[in-house]
Design a protein around this ligand. Structure first.
Ligand code: RP5
Length: 166
């Protein structure tokens, strides 16, 4: 039986309606063998739970937090204000504004409390950035990132050959 290590990445989101987007982060991390924990933390509906989660994340062994939110999207910024861990925000497209509202909200953090922001709905990139952050102090994981980069290169080279054959 393989022993599961403690999750080093927390993937949180404002609502279960964000899961269809945020699942991509968990799947991407799994491909790198990185354990994650997935949860709902709403900045406006569960402010006490938000405080408890963010202020204890470091103590709980979490190294990187990925936070997805739509609309006013204050979740990633609030988490970053309560923790010194790196926070990666995923703006989610759930409103009539197509996710631009969440993008602006997350990316426009005032000086002092940074939130790294990926493209709208791009939870996979949040996971890849988390892997790169963890890889700085984990040689084996960084090696996997080298291989991943190479696989992207290989794929494009293959496609180049294919279109030249047509
Ligand atoms: C935000 O409000 C959540 O992140 C979600 O994207 C959005 C809508 O939530 P629901 O009304 O679908 O629960 O807090």
């Amino acid at each position: 039986m393989s022993k599961k290590s403690k999750p080093s990445v927390a993937i949180v989101m404002g609502s279960d309606s964000d899961l269809k987007v945020m699942n991509a982060a968990a799947e991407q991390l799994k491909e790198f063998g990185v354990e994650s924990v997935v949860d709902i933390v709403s900045a406006h509906r569960t402010p006490d739970w938000l405080y408890e989660f963010a202020s204890n994340a470091e103590k709980n062994g979490i190294k990187v937090i990925i936070a997805g939110a739509g609309g006013a999207a204050h979740l990633p910024g609030m988490i970053a204000s309560l923790s010194v861990l790196p926070v990666i925000g995923v703006p989610i497209n759930v409103t009539a504004l197509g996710g631009v509202d969440a993008l602006y909200s997350i990316v426009q953090m005032p000086k002092g409390i940074p939130v790294a922001t990926v493209a709208i709905d791009n939870a996979a990139n949040a996971a890849l950035l988390a892997v790169r952050i963890l890889g700085v102090s984990d040689v084996a994981l960084q090696k996997k990132m080298h291989l991943y980069r190479q696989s992207l290169d290989d794929l494009v080279q293959k496609k180049r050959k294919q279109i030249r054959l047509k």
